[in-house]
Design a binder for this molecule. Structure first.
Ligand SMILES: CC(C)(COP(=O)(O)OP(=O)(O)OC[C@H]1O[C@@H](n2cnc3c(N)ncnc32)[C@H](O)[C@@H]1OP(=O)(O)O)[C@@H](O)C(=O)NCCC(=O)NCCS
Length: 182
């Protein structure tokens, strides 16, 4: 692997680590995901305010709440972020689960990092929180994320029709989950 953390071939030995977000990481996320190219074709929703993650970082390190984030690293290289959000199926006090999300920098996609990072996040959430279910939703055309979550152990559950407004049109979403006790 090169010193900048990039590699031409899929590196089965690469060590993906999730760690707490720093203010410098947020600077980088803002720069990388500022326009349509950075987030990729399925994650650009127009410009969003940068204040909220800064505020949550200052208040609680972007951890321990209903909106959370960890940085994804390979070696010492920051390659992206994972997030998790509380979702309720009925009453939030008894029936909430986590919904995860991921964004890798363009230079680090297609190397197996997304698969590993999402599996690690699932393991982390089952180890440190009490939820029974971790879910993820992705665009019906986002083949890379569909493959990544399947390889990370998620099971396809269904298609949510015309759920997401993006790029001037409605888009179907696919929902997947991992259960604590399969
Ligand atoms: C989606 C994303 C997290 C996947 O992570 P990744 O590290 O790039 O994916 P992986 O290397 O783990 O590969 C996953 C699988 O998808 C395949 N894949 C990767 N990019 C692909 C593409 N553009 N088209 C088709 N398949 C693709 C890989 O070949 C691999 O499958 P295989 O093992 O059968 O060959 C990453 O590409 C990303 O951050 N994309 C932009 C943001 C995004 O879409 N986030 C998800 C929102 S729900």
């Amino acid at each position: 692997m090169a010193e900048d953390g990039t590699s031409d071939a899929r590196d089965v030995t690469l060590e993906v680590v999730l760690r707490p977000v720093t203010a410098a990481d947020l600077d980088r996320f803002e720069a990388e995901f500022a326009g349509p190219e950075g987030p990729g074709p399925y994650q650009w929703f127009g410009h969003t305010p940068a204040q909220r993650p800064r505020q949550l970082l200052a208040e609680r390190g972007l951890l321990g709440g209903d909106e959370n984030m960890l940085s994804v690293t390979v070696g010492d290289t920051l390659v992206g972020r994972v997030e998790w959000f509380r979702r309720a199926w009925g009453r939030a006090d008894t029936s909430s689960c986590w919904e995860i999300a991921i964004g890798l920098f363009t230079a680090h996609r297609g190397r197996g990092i997304g698969t590993r990072a999402q599996r690690q996040l699932v393991d982390y959430l089952f180890a440190h929180t009490r939820v029974e279910r971790v879910q993820v939703c992705t665009d019906a055309e986002n083949i890379a994320e569909q493959r990544a979550v399947e390889k990370a152990g998620f099971t396809f559950e269904g298609r949510i029709r015309r759920a997401q407004w993006r790029a001037g049109a409605w888009h179907d979403q696919l929902i997947y989950s991992v259960l604590r006790t399969p």
